[in-house]
Design a protein. Structure first.
Length: 398
């Protein structure tokens, strides 16, 4: 029902482009899941102690953060010079696919392995922020949240499949999953060229003719403020989904059911992605962000306080819906502030901020902080989202 209604009320080219990019997002996210599943085994092959695992994953996020912003800026420069960005993104994706393909074969040589990991992480940033630039060229500023919601479905499905993949791939030689993932990423990246070639006639010339208005100090300060809020929200979401959710479900259900229960958050996230576009169009990104943060904090508190499994499942499901609203509204704000020729820089900055949030969560886990204060960590996402909600409401009053 959601897909048909969107297709009926919007140009089919826009929706088709978003679904193509959803496939790109899916295979990219799935490749990351495969990497995380097999990284401990690959490190063991090279004689690297497993205690370095979380720090390697944290370093990956720092590379993501730098590469996201850098590639976003490069995409903007290419676009302002009226050069096509699709082939450049496909080239980076191909390098990423080759690097991933080589990871199992280089595992026995730690230095080469870590170098290949760095290349893979840096070049795969071509599949994170730049697709939103392509989407913004279809729908302009107003339609970006709706199309971004469709694209993010790829991330939602891959995240929901992660627990099942962990069971399915247990004991499998890493070479085959890595090869299939690399092939899927390389082939799906061709969708970037198809999406760009499907742009409406005359769009490139129109984009080149537009100039970006000079941004004043107040506007820059407000954008930095919003990025700081995104950091708090992303950190809270990371702690909730990767640290808190499993213990919450174990408290009320058989641990054997975890692979079936953990994806509930991402199921809610998927539903939210398909519906939030209309809400943002009617209420605006900032208003949706305010409501989603406040109601999302209440839902996260419900997950902490749940005394029955149905109540916990409902809380996780609704929390996923509100995270979808937060993410789509944030992407919409990034695109609106960067439109027409700085969308890559702004969406890259947002993706980099979320990568830093993931780095913070991994650092908390690696340092033992997550295990040291269980009660504090349980409530930390609630506190962070409440703080953001209060700051957003105060900014409205100001």
């Amino acid at each position: 029902m959601g897909v048909s209604s969107m297709t009926a009320s919007h140009p089919p080219g826009e929706t088709r482009a978003a679904w193509l990019l959803a496939g790109v997002e899916f295979f990219f996210a799935l490749s990351w899941v495969v990497y995380v599943i097999f990284l401990p085994e690959l490190l063991a092959r090279g004689g690297i102690d497993k205690r370095y695992l979380p720090w390697i994953l944290a370093a990956d996020q720092l590379i993501f953060a730098f590469a996201d912003w850098s590639i976003g800026v490069a995409v903007d420069r290419a676009r302002s010079a009226l050069r096509r960005i699709g082939p450049m993104l496909v080239l980076l994706s191909a390098i990423s696919a080759v690097a991933m393909l080589l990871l199992p074969w280089l595992a026995a040589t730690p230095l080469l392995f870590l170098l290949a990991v760095g290349v893979w992480v840096a070049t795969s940033s071509a599949l994170r922020a730049p697709p939103y630039v392509l989407l913004s060229r279809y729908a302009g500023r107003a339609g970006l949240p709706r199309l971004a919601g469709i694209q993010l479905l790829g991330l939602a499905v891959a995240s929901a499949l992660a627990p099942y993949l962990a069971m399915l791939l247990k004991g499998v030689d890493p070479s085959l999953p890595f090869a299939l993932s690399a092939l899927a990423v390389g082939v799906s990246a061709l969708a970037l060229v198809l999406v760009e070639r499907g742009l409406p006639a005359g769009e490139a010339a129109a984009a080149g003719a537009q100039t970006t208005a000079r941004v004043g100090g107040v506007a820059n300060a407000s954008w930095v403020f919003l990025l700081l809020l995104a950091l708090l929200l992303g950190f809270g979401q990371q702690i909730h989904t990767t640290i808190n959710s499993a213990p919450q479900f174990k408290r009320l259900a058989d641990p054997a059911l975890l692979p079936w229960l953990l994806p509930v958050f991402w199921v809610g996230f998927s539903f939210g992605l398909l519906t939030v576009g209309r809400l943002i169009r009617e209420r605006g990104e900032v208003e949706v962000l305010r409501l989603a943060c406040a109601l999302g904090a209440l839902t996260l508190a419900g997950a902490v306080l749940a005394v029955s499994l149905p109540a916990l499942v409902a809380s996780q499901l609704v929390a996923g819906v509100f995270w979808a609203a937060i993410l789509c509204a944030s992407i919409g704000l990034a695109g609106r502030r960067g439109y027409p020729l700085q969308t890559g820089r702004n969406t890259g900055a947002l993706m980099a901020t979320l990568a830093v949030a993931t780095f913070g969560r991994l650092g908390l886990t690696a340092s033992g902080g997550a295990a040291a204060g269980v009660v504090l960590v349980d409530w930390l996402p609630v506190v962070l989202w409440c703080v953001v909600a209060l700051l957003l409401w105060r900014s409205r009053a100001a």
